[in-house]
Design a protein around this ligand. Structure first.
Ligand SMILES: [Zn+2]
Ligand SMILES: [Zn+2]
Length: 167
């Protein structure tokens, strides 16, 4: 979604309601795949507060990813809020790192929402909180199978120690 802020850009106290959807491309982020089969809802507003535009929004929806432990496909709920400060290129700001400088009056809401998704998204996604994961030897799903190798697994580093102590 693109929004033209021209109406509130130079109008202290004015605000613009944001109510619609944003679409994210399927992506991989820090080793996790995300698939978005439907656009996400976004609700919020952009308010001109003494010449600075304060964008606050709430994004909700769902995505498909994989369990970090057993790799089973899972659906996750997306629900986050963000605040973004937008300023015009000629505005003097104290900390330029915290603001988004506008080159033009039109903003791409999808891009802003996506950047905030990446900073908000949880680093771990599990099919269930106590997922047992996969056997590191045979790859069996330990939630549903009991493999025989499990008992005999030793840490190779411990093997080295065992040898040392034997001598
Ligand atoms: Zn799992
Ligand atoms: Zn196994």
């Amino acid at each position: 979604m693109e929004l033209d802020l021209i109406g509130i850009l130079n109008n202290n106290g004015a605000s613009l309601k944001v109510d619609g959807t944003v679409s994210f491309e399927n992506m991989e982020f820090s080793g996790t795949e995300y698939k978005f089969s439907a656009p996400l809802s976004i609700q919020g507003k952009i308010a001109n507060v003494s010449g600075v535009l304060e964008f606050s929004a709430h994004v909700t929806g769902s995505a498909d990813t994989f369990c970090d432990r057993c790799t089973k496909p899972i659906g996750i709920e997306i629900d986050y809020e963000f605040n973004e400060t937008l300023v015009q290129a000629d505005t003097e700001v104290e900390d330029a790192d915290d603001v988004l400088v506008l080159d033009e009056s039109v903003i791409n809401v999808d891009d802003i929402a996506l950047n905030n998704f990446l900073t908000n998204c949880s680093l771990q996604h599990l099919c269930k909180p106590d997922c047992k994961g996969l056997c590191q030897v045979c790859g069996a799903d330990k939630n549903t199978e009991k493999c025989s190798c499990e008992e005999n697994v030793t840490d190779p580093r411990l093997d080295v120690l065992n040898h040392l102590f034997k001598d």
